[in-house]
Design a protein around this ligand. Structure first.
Ligand code: GCU
Length: 301
């Protein structure tokens, strides 16, 4: 199977997914395997989602923000402050009572099944000029966000001027001054070399990001039940492997960035939380979204 990824070969997702493919091949006696195409070679996430839906590509890793555009019910999991930690997030992703319906919600309309999720860890803000400590410090700054209404509202509420853009374009846009900064986890910050063009990192930890593993539903149906069980079991191992890699690589990324001259600073947490509260309130539209939010919060207690 062909799997599209927008990360580099040094990113924990590439490493964990390559291992996933190798184990799958072995456990199914070569009936199934996975070839991971990194670095957006097959296209940016929003383009490849269509290709997987059409069956031209088999699988992809896509950020939750992209799924929000296909089914607004995914938006609750993209909210700032919804998850307390990576552990909380993974426990929600592994709870079919909370996410089961959501994960199969794209099968009929888009031919896409969500196999599960991989963490993006804590996302922070980084800028060329800094340090940023309060929402006021962001006034007038153009900050890249993912293509999501919620993230646009989030960044504007945090005091900046949100600029949606696809991942692969961010480095050049920051380098040329079209952007003043972006927000992402430390691993993306260094693997995308954003530390070369934005050296102030403000530890806002405004959200624990979430990537999904999507697979073409028809392809999944074609798998015999035994192979499908193997696929699911190997996927769960991949999630565990990924969390482990994630924690080590995050520290590695911080060390690497610091050595290259990046400055990490704490922020006025209270001021940012206060700014973000209305974004969460405003995004929870309807009973279903509220119920999902409550279930997620309950799982984090
Ligand atoms: C993270 C995430 C990607 C996402 C990217 C982004 O790196 O893992 O799936 O595309 O952030 O900010 O666009």
């Amino acid at each position: 199977m062909v799997l599209s990824l927008n990360q580099s070969e040094t990113h924990p997702s590439y490493i964990a997914l390559t291992g996933f493919g190798e184990r799958l091949k072995q456990a199914t006696d070569g009936r199934w395997d996975i070839k991971v195409y990194p670095n957006e070679t097959l296209g940016a996430q929003q383009e490849v989602i269509q290709l997987v839906s059409d069956g031209a590509v088999d699988m992809l890793i896509a950020s939750g923000t992209q799924l929000e555009n296909l089914n607004p019910e995914f938006a609750t999991l993209n909210l700032p402050t919804v998850f307390n930690s990576i552990d909380h997030q993974i426990s929600v992703l592994r709870n079919p009572q909370i996410v089961g319906e959501l994960f199969s919600s794209l099968e009929e309309s888009k031919n896409l099944t969500v196999l599960g999720g991989l963490t993006q860890g804590d996302r922070n803000l980084y800028t060329a000029q800094g340090p940023i400590r309060t929402p006021e410090d962001l006034a007038g700054m153009k900050i890249r966000v993912q293509e999501s209404d919620i993230h646009i509202a989030m960044l504007n509420a945090m005091g900046g001027s949100a600029t949606p853009m696809s991942y692969g374009e961010v480095y050049t846009a920051m380098q040329s001054g079209v952007l003043d900064g972006a927000e992402n986890n430390e691993v993306s910050y260094t693997t995308q070399k954003h530390n070369e063009v934005a050296k102030y990192v403000a530890r806002t930890r405004h959200l624990v990001g979430l990537d999904y593993m999507l697979i073409n539903s028809e392809l999944l149906e074609k798998m015999n039940p035994e192979d499908r069980k193997i696929l699911e079991a190997e996927w769960q191992k991949t999630v565990d492997e990924h969390v482990k890699l994630w924690l080590t690589d995050t520290q590695g990324a911080i060390d690497k960035a610091t050595a290259s001259g990046s400055k990490f600073n704490d922020v006025d947490d209270e001021a940012f939380r206060k700014a973000l509260a209305p974004v969460v309130e405003g995004a929870l539209k309807g009973e279903k979204a509220h119920a999902l939010y409550e279930d997620i919060k309950e799982a984090g207690k």
